[in-house]
Ligand binder design. Structure first.
Ligand code: MN
Length: 291
């Protein structure tokens, strides 16, 4: 069956929209399995699986002002610096027009482009199995293994919180510890509960703006096998629901990265599409409460 090429129920004009979805079809620097460049289109197709009405919160997605811009004009042969620059420019344009950017990767380095368009005092909450704190990887600064390091140079290491970590290179780990990078590993999540961790972060950030980046590999490969560098002992999808609602009034942007359709049977794209829907709905519900 053929589905429309846009994200399901994202049918608002750019001008009227508050949320703008855009794909960044780029995976040039991935280290283990490539294919993330196919994710934006695969996640859009998966989004047609769902009803417009959400029984959990009583919202109809069609009533939320969401626009799907399509994919950014990025070539997979572009150097990472070029991809980052194009993504930053586009995000700046969205922010100037008071939109909430919703990026669909692509590999995790696409996040650098989006976040660099935000003010330097933005808090970034990261869900990721990996620390991604290497200074360079395969001689590249904008490699997907260096994302958090690059973000820390823009917004400062003190504004970053990483949840779900369970893999790092030893030197990378030591440096992260030395620089006081805040991360909660998977044992913290299971010992304290995801609610406890989010509560602690919320207490510290209060009402500051939060950009959220979700590397799909934070989930257990049982739930999200279609990703570039899968890592066992991961989060459950429901952990994200528990994490988002307490901070939905803070969120000013979001991306979901590292879905890899060639290694998927559809379930990973479905999960990514549902996360995008759920998080948009959660932010929208909170905004409606304030009106
Ligand atoms: Mn990762």
């Amino acid at each position: 069956m053929d589905f429309p090429s846009y994200f399901a129920d994202a049918e608002t004009d750019f001008r009227e929209a508050l949320f703008v979805l855009f794909g960044i079809p780029y995976d040039r620097t991935v280290s283990f399995r490539s294919g993330a460049k196919e994710a934006p289109d695969s996640i859009r197709e998966a989004s047609w699986n769902f009803e417009a009405f959400d029984i959990l919160n009583g919202l109809n997605f069609k009533d939320i002002p969401v626009h799907d811009y399509g994919n950014l004009p990025i070539n997979n042969n572009d150097k990472p610096e070029e991809m980052v620059k194009k993504t930053r420019k586009f995000t700046e344009y969205l922010l100037k027009n008071n939109k909430i950017p919703i990026g669909i990767g692509g590999e995790h380095s696409t996040t650098i482009g989006i976040v660099s368009a935000f003010p330097k005092d933005t808090v970034v909450i990261v869900f990721d199995a990996h620390l991604d704190f290497r200074d360079k990887y395969q001689d590249e600064l904008y490699n997907h293994a260096c994302v958090i390091r690059r973000l820390s140079e823009h917004i400062g290491v003190e504004n970053i919180f990483i949840i779900g970590v369970r893999s790092a290179d030893q030197l990378e780990f030591e440096e992260a510890t030395k620089k006081k990078l805040r991360f909660y590993d998977i044992l913290d999540v299971y010992n304290r509960g995801i609610e406890g961790i989010i509560e602690e972060i919320k207490r510290e950030i209060e009402d500051r703006d939060v950009y959220l980046t979700i590397d799909i590999d934070v989930f257990d490969p049982a739930y999200a096998p279609g990703t570039g560098t899968p890592e066992p002992f991961g989060l459950k999808p429901f952990d994200i629901i528990k994490s988002i609602d307490p901070i939905n009034s803070n969120i000013i942007g979001l991306d979901i990265v590292e879905v890899c359709p060639p290694f998927d049977h559809g379930e990973t794209s479905i999960l990514a599409a549902k996360l995008i829907r759920y998080i948009i709905e959660s932010i929208w519900l909170e905004k409606k409460k304030k009106d």
